[in-house]
Design a protein. Structure first.
Length: 189
């Protein structure tokens, strides 16, 4: 029998149910991108299945399967970050956060958003430089396949931009949540 363990640390965001037109537009894009790249994992199943059959049944291993899946998962990771942040499934140190009220969590999120934006904007800046360098130098992989790296490296600033937009949406929702007048039903939260 599986014990009933409460999902502490997930869905702790007090603004998950809040909506504005601007934040809904950002979240719509991030959800669609996250759902799209989630299907890439299905592609990898077929690609690795092909690799196993080619290697063991026909003694003809490929290099391109491993390299393409490695690159695809890197792009998937970058593009799915905003979706994870939207769904409140990112990593957080919950030792103190879970003890706060909903209002306290929103205030903590507003305060820590400064650090979030420093990280994301740095990622956006450096990722843009990496992508432009890869495009300018026609950077290719070191294997005999020689795949172009610019599409992969371009996903770094795109993913950072999506994450920054999601962070902005989250910050707006946190501010709206904190600025709301406290009703008797919210005082218990």
């Amino acid at each position: 029998m599986v014990p009933d363990i409460p999902p502490i640390g997930t869905a702790e965001d007090p603004t998950l149910g809040f909506h504005t037109r601007f934040t809904d537009a950002i979240e719509w894009v991030n959800v669609r991108v996250g759902e799209f790249v989630a299907y890439w994992a299905v592609l990898s199943v077929f690609a690795y299945y092909y690799e196993v059959i080619a290697r063991f049944a026909f003694n003809s291993p490929t290099n391109w399967v491993h390299e393409s899946m490695f690159l695809m998962y890197g792009m998937q990771y970058m593009l799915a970050g905003a979706y994870a942040y939207h769904a409140d499934q990112h990593v957080r140190v919950d030792v103190i956060y879970v003890k706060f009220s909903a209002r306290g969590r929103a205030i903590a999120d507003i305060f820590t958003s400064l650090f979030f934006f420093i990280f994301v904007l740095t990622l956006l800046w450096t990722g843009s430089k990496f992508a432009l360098d890869a495009i300018g130098n026609s950077e290719v992989s070191f294997t005999e396949w020689g795949v172009q790296y610019w599409p992969v490296k371009l996903m770094i600033p795109i993913g950072a931009a999506l994450l920054a937009l999601q962070g902005l949406a989250r910050l707006i929702k946190d501010i709206v949540f904190v600025m709301q007048p406290r009703s008797p039903s919210r005082l218990a939260a």
